[in-house]
Ligand binder design. Structure first.
Ligand SMILES: [Zn+2]
Length: 137
């Protein structure tokens, strides 16, 4: 079984990113246990601080952007401003837990999209984000 540093290093190298110490520290928190997760810049920053990594929130933000640009992270925006970053880059729907401001995966197999509106002239549909907002009953 590869350890978390090996997994994180592989993930970076596969994405064409040089495994710097800071990138490695954040990649380890993101994918080191082999599981997918959803983070915000703030939550990842807190996890890094807890682990004793010397990173600033700005560095976390820039690194998350670099991971997105490299295609190994997917950004999901909720409320037009709050960004979540998902290590699962395949298309899948999300639940947004309004009470906790938390994002989780929704079962893809239960989602059926029968038809999409036609894109206006000169445009094509780049992607479809499905965020289902949840409220406690
Ligand atoms: Zn997800």
């Amino acid at each position: 079984m590869p350890n978390s540093v090996e997994i994180a290093t592989n993930w970076l190298v596969t994405a064409g990113l040089r495994p710097t110490r800071q990138r490695l520290a954040l990649a380890e928190l993101l994918v080191g246990d082999g599981n997918h997760r959803h983070v915000t810049a703030e939550s990842l920053f807190e996890s890094a601080k807890d682990r004793g990594a010397a990173v600033s929130l700005a560095t976390v933000y820039n690194t998350l952007r670099a991971f997105c640009d490299a295609g190994v992270l997917q950004e999901i925006t909720v409320d037009g401003s709050k960004s979540y970053f998902d290590t699962n880059t395949h298309d899948h729907p999300h639940f947004y837990h309004e009470n906790e401001a938390r994002l989780s995966d929704a079962p893809s197999e239960e989602l059926v999209i029968k038809q999409l509106p036609t894109a206006p002239d000169g445009f094509e549909i780049a992607s479809v984000d499905v965020v289902i907002r949840l409220r406690k009953v």
